[in-house]
Ligand binder design. Structure first.
Ligand code: DGL
Length: 265
């Protein structure tokens, strides 16, 4: 079983920010990364649409005999994880629920959350953090344009810099100690975000998330320590675009070339 693949998915390149952390701790796994570029963005989709989309992705991973699925996507973790969690035999790791305890135990008095509209609508980060630290004030803000900015490398456009500035400065008015980047695409904006607040204010949950997954797989004797696999990348639309976008952001040194296949689910 420990030899079986790990599935990881997101709406596009965003999940690579999780993947990059995961392979540092779990370098010998057989990874299948699915970027659902056909259905991007997830952040403005309904719960029903996201259940349908995720069920198809999970069926694809099931056919590939995965031992675990990493829901790198905050939006689907917040909206549909509870609906799907008992329907499959493999392990499912949802990012929001997996990292909130570790963040809450830092005992911050107040944190901000930037995420997609769908994630913010659920108050998933606020609810999960306050479960472990009821005194922590959590300020949540949706940043609807940011996924598009990242997917299309538009972070240097004047109008987009103004947009990012507006959200950071508005959040700082709440006197937050930290700001959680609650969408996997947002860590790619760190350079721009850091123009308006110190870079160490921003939390990229990917590090906490990969530690959580590592510890859980270890406890279950499911880590693959020996093999050497090339990760496989799949997209549902426009693999050239994904390849270009991912090469820009994907800075894991060991892998020179990303081979991307287009599949229909
Ligand atoms: N990157 C995903 C997330 O973490 C989804 C972004 C989107 O497609 O709207 O929420």
């Amino acid at each position: 079983m420990y030899n079986n693949p790990i599935g990881i998915f997101d709406s596009g390149v965003g999940g690579l920010s999780v993947f990059a952390e995961l392979i540092k701790l779990l370098p010998n796994e057989n990874y299948l990364y699915f970027g659902d570029t056909k259905n991007l963005p997830y952040g403005d989709k309904s719960k029903e649409e996201l259940i349908k989309i995720c069920s198809e992705i999970f069926n694809f991973f099931e056919e590939n005999n995965v031992k675990a699925v990493v829901m790198a996507c905050n939006t689907t973790s917040a909206t549909v994880y509870n609906e799907l969690k008992d329907k499959y035999s493999f392990k499912i790791y949802p990012v929001v629920q997996s990292v909130s305890k570790q963040i809450a135990l830092k005992n911050y008095s107040s944190v901000g959350v930037f995420a997609t509209q769908a994630t913010i609508n659920t108050h998933a980060y606020k609810n999960e953090i306050q479960k472990y630290n009821p005194h922590c004030r959590v300020y949540e803000t949706a940043c609807p344009k940011w996924v598009n900015i990242v997917e299309n490398s538009l972070q240097n456009d004047k109008e987009n810099i103004e947009n990012i500035k507006f959200y950071v400065e508005s959040m700082l008015l709440n006197k937050v100690e930290k700001i959680i980047l609650g969408c996997t695409h947002y860590p790619y904006l760190l350079k721009t975000l850091s123009k308006f607040a110190p870079s160490n204010m921003f939390i990229n949950p990917a590090k906490y998330f990969s530690e959580f997954i590592y510890n859980d797989l270890k406890n279950c004797n499911l880590i693959n320590y020996k093999m050497d696999f090339e990760p496989k990348f799949y997209v549902s639309h426009d693999h050239e675009h994904f390849k270009k976008a991912s090469e820009l952001f994907y800075n894991v040194k060991d892998i020179q070339e990303i081979n991307v296949s287009k599949i229909m689910l």
